[in-house]
Ligand binder design. Structure first.
Ligand code: 5RP
Length: 269
């Protein structure tokens, strides 16, 4: 690996080989989604605990101060919306030149395997990987499932992750699944991080699936809504860091969450 590429990867993945990314890119197709209506307010308290931000150029420029930031994974695909015909119909929205100008540590793009736009999204990934290699910027592929959450079985996820790695992604973000997640990770020759999807019912549920995914080989998380849609986002982020970096069990992580939540509630009285 070239020095620049290796250095950027090291900015994202900590020396323990693990990572805790904070995605706040949802507005690029969801608009002002719940609790990300004013991105600066969401991002600021969580920033100290994130290893990197997954973010679009617009929100980066307007809501993150350049002198107080974290490594940036720049979201560079888009062009579809929640109310449009097909969420899978994405193209490249941001040039590599812009990523360099913004001092991005990586770029991120969604792929839509099994959809009408499979070929287009995969060729976009390959093109982006070519450019990334030219400038030493890693590409993170996002295995998107659109609205069809049922697609998150291990066969589908393993297929998507492997294709992403084959086409040049240096890092793959995918979803955890209850059955066969180890096959998803084992079949993918580059590091895998887990997204969370829509907010689940309890904190323990999130902590348990992240723990399970890490045990099965994921190197970390890129978890958004289950952090910042929680009533106590900082408590959730600290609990997540304990799981990822301190190898806490879900029970220990929940204790951290509960303690910080209690301090939070006391401070608000
Ligand atoms: C949105 C994304 C998000 O970065 C990804 O889905 C992680 O966020 P969440 O945990 O909320 O699913 O790619 O397009």
């Amino acid at each position: 690996m070239e020095w620049g590429m290796a250095n950027r990867m090291a900015q994202l993945i900590r020396s323990d080989g693990r990572c805790c990314f904070l995605p706040v890119d949802h507005g690029y197709f969801q608009g002002p989604t719940r609790r990300l209506e004013q991105p600066r307010k969401t991002i600021e308290p969580l920033l100290p605990y994130a290893d990197a931000l997954f973010i679009t150029r617009g929100v980066l420029r307007s809501c993150v101060d350049p002198d107080n930031s974290k490594p940036v994974i720049l979201r560079v695909s888009g062009g579809a919306s929640m109310v449009g015909k097909d969420l899978a119909n994405e193209g490249l929205t941001t040039s590599m030149e812009e990523a360099i100008r913004l001092n991005a540590s990586a770029v991120g793009i969604s792929i839509f395997v099994g959809t009408d736009y499979e070929r287009e999204s995969l060729l976009n990934l390959a093109k982006l990987a070519d450019e990334g290699e030219r400038y030493g910027i890693p590409v993170m592929a996002v295995t998107a499932v659109g609205k069809e959450l049922g697609k998150r079985d291990s066969r589908y996820l393993a297929l998507s992750c492997r294709i992403a790695a084959e086409l040049g992604a240096r890092l793959v973000k995918t979803y955890w699944c209850a059955e066969g997640f180890e096959k998803v990770v084992q079949g993918c020759p580059v590091p895998v991080v887990m997204a969370g999807g829509p907010q689940v019912d309890t904190e323990m549920e999130v902590l348990e699936f992240v723990y399970d995914g890490m045990e099965k080989g994921a190197i970390g998380v890129n978890l958004g809504r289950n952090i910042w849609q929680n009533d106590h986002p900082v408590a959730m982020m600290k609990a997540m860091r304990a799981l990822v970096h301190d190898k806490a069990t879900p029970k220990q992580a929940l204790e951290i969450f509960t303690e910080i939540k209690a301090q939070d509630l006391k401070a608000k009285k």
